[in-house]
Design a protein around this ligand. Structure first.
Ligand code: AMP
Length: 288
């Protein structure tokens, strides 16, 4: 497995494999089964796979967990090696952001001015900018992104369309624990059994909405239908009643992120909240 530190390393890797299709899986490390599933999908779609590991300071707010974000690099490299990854790109901050004055990618406000964009100003500009840089440095043919971060996925797809990036974006469904919790590097902050149970309120609410949508032939209106499903799930989850703070629960068109009045297939339900200081996000794409 190649370890790439510089832009020159990446260019030379790309040149060596110029006859091959190249897949990129961008990550911030602390790899879990969700990331590994993305890597396996990339391997099905491309001849060679590069995983990037970079905790991007540009996408963290001043009071967020940038400095305490987990960095188990040895474990991550071992995981990539055992998955048969061709190369890992490990840039440092000065390589990614050499100048204090810099060009940023600003996705449209229709994509950033809602959901996580409201509580995390500048977050998606940071994401779009780093992803564009990774695309330019690695020059992949495809890139795999998780539906776990569905707002991010939608605005990366928009950026690729709008700016003609010569890259196919391949989504991967959310990987969950057996109990329903979406895997996340931040789940390790949930240390007590109470916190872990409270965190299940996200998937419990989303699954409740999906099941009401499946059984109900009458239209389910937004936001009332979402709120009643949330309260139904909350009744059954006592730790969440005490420890979960809802940030948003919204139904939007999955591609355009435009609001909808009633639920239909192709709508994504987005949910976020905190269990003590741990912020969690989840979503579900409604299917008939
Ligand atoms: P991160 O390291 O958190 O920036 O995530 C890197 C990539 O992995 C992003 O495309 C995420 O959407 C994806 N990802 C993280 N957790 C999951 C999950 N539980 N299921 C599917 N994809 C995920």
């Amino acid at each position: 497995m190649n370890i790439l530190h510089t832009v020159e390393d990446c260019r030379s890797f790309r040149h060596t494999h110029r006859q091959k299709t190249l897949g990129l899986v961008p990550t911030m490390g602390a790899l879990h089964e969700g990331h590994l599933a993305l890597i396996r999908l990339a391997q099905q779609k491309a001849d060679r796979v590069v995983v990037s590991i970079f905790v991007n300071p540009l996408q963290f707010g001043p009071r967020e967990d940038f400095s305490r974000y987990p960095k188990p690099l040895d474990n991550d490299l071992a995981a990539c090696e055992s998955e048969g990854v061709s190369a890992v790109f490990l840039p440092d901050q000065t390589l990614m952001y050499p100048d204090a004055v810099r060009t940023l990618v600003h996705p449209p406000v229709e994509y950033t001015g809602k959901l996580c964009g409201l509580s995390r100003p500048g977050h998606f500009e940071g994401v779009a900018t780093v992803v564009m840089k990774l695309f330019n440095i690695i020059q992949p043919d495809i890139a795999v992104f998780g539906e776990k971060d569905a707002q991010q996925l939608a605005l990366i797809q928009k950026m690729v369309r709008d700016l003609n990036c010569p890259i196919e974006i391949i989504p991967h469904p959310i990987v969950r624990e057996a109990g329903g919790l979406a895997l996340s590097s931040r789940n390790r902050y949930l240390t007590t059994p109470e916190e872990q149970t409270a965190a299940l309120i996200l998937s419990q609410t989303l699954f409740e909405i999906q099941s009401q949508f499946t059984v109900n032939s009458k239209p389910i209106s937004v936001p009332a239908g979402l709120q009643s499903a949330y309260h139904k799930a909350l009744e059954k989850n006592e730790p969440a009643q005490a420890h979960f703070q809802l940030e948003y629960l919204e139904a939007l068109d999955a591609m355009s992120l435009m609001p909808v009045d009633t639920l239909r297939a192709g709508v994504r339900i987005f949910m976020a909240g905190t269990v003590h200081r741990t912020r969690l996000i989840d979503n579900i794409l409604l299917l008939r």
